[in-house]
Design a protein around this ligand. Structure first.
Ligand SMILES: [Zn+2]
Length: 285
């Protein structure tokens, strides 16, 4: 993928099309702000040298957005307040994912070794609605919770670039499987982003740059949520335990993720009175 410059807003492509564990980064020329340093380690080292990095922002707390933050240990870090706690402590980080005792050792070493996790305290919190003026560009932080409680998107006035972070419009669909994630807020945030007029939309993974209005890709992205839910509701025509539901591989296909997303959908459907649970078995009402 190619690096692209939209005036002072630079799109820095992630390795392997920004697929996990990588993401695409944004660099704001003049301001020296680097957003989500998990794209391409070599390029980030170069950027730090020339034209220089003065501070790092994170769209949210996930490891595939901070993998190379260790290159910028000495620089100020900014993130939203709700997303700051997991960065302060690895145990809290794992709690935020809902990682259980049995698999904690595995994840602990992975986050330390592959993702260079080090506890970080932000210099200050970015807030939704906040407008930040740099000499080269004005940026508005937009609160887009759901994926994480404090996920931020950024609108760059002038070049009219909207960075949407992990509302990435991939065919895989949105992620909302963490303890603090929400399906309803995810849907609201995607709709909010869709309603913003922009010349260019940038996301964190895969396609990354949309210079045309994504059109039906928005609908397909949100429809993944409906399809997951439909499959789950159909399965629950017969009562199933959580283990059975996870073993049916209807939503994601990776065990940890399958369980996390299924639980979120069950929670939502039970709140809506569509599904109930008795003696450890879930069923459709
Ligand atoms: Zn994420």
């Amino acid at each position: 993928m190619d690096e692209k410059h939209f005036g002072p807003v630079w799109f820095i492509p992630g390795e392997n099309h920004g697929k996990y564990p990588y993401c695409h980064s944004i660099y704001i020329e003049g301001a020296g702000v680097l957003i989500d340093p998990a794209s391409d380690r070599k390029r980030l080292v170069q950027l730090r040298q020339n034209p220089g990095v003065k501070s790092v922002w994170l769209s949210h707390w996930h490891e595939d957005h901070f993998m190379h933050l260790d290159l910028f240990d000495d620089l100020p870090l900014c993130i939203s307040e709700p997303d700051a706690p997991p960065l302060s402590d690895l145990e809290l980080f794992m709690d935020s994912y809902g990682i259980d005792d049995i698999s904690r050792d595995y994840w602990r070493s992975l986050f330390k070794e592959q993702f260079h996790f080090q506890p970080r305290k932000p210099m200050r919190f970015l807030q939704g609605g906040e407008i930040i003026h740099f000499d080269t560009v004005t940026v508005e932080a937009i609160s887009t919770p759901g994926h994480t409680p404090g996920h931020l998107s950024f609108f760059f006035k002038g070049p009219e670039v909207l960075f949407m972070g992990d509302y990435d419009l991939t065919s895989f669909g949105p992620w909302y499987g963490d303890v603090g994630s929400s399906i309803e807020e995810t849907i609201a945030s995607v709709k909010r982003l869709r309603n913003i007029t922009a010349r260019v939309r940038v996301t964190s993974h895969e396609t990354g740059v949309f210079e045309e209005e994504p059109g039906k890709i928005w609908d397909q992205y949100l429809d993944v949520i409906n399809k997951r839910e439909e499959k789950l509701i159909n399965l629950l025509d017969e009562p199933h335990t959580l283990e059975d539901i996870v073993g049916a591989w209807i939503v994601y296909g990776i065990e940890f993720s399958e369980r996390a997303l299924v639980k979120k959908h069950l929670e939502k459907l039970m709140n809506q009175g569509v599904v109930a649970m008795e003696m450890g078995k879930y069923y459709r009402l």
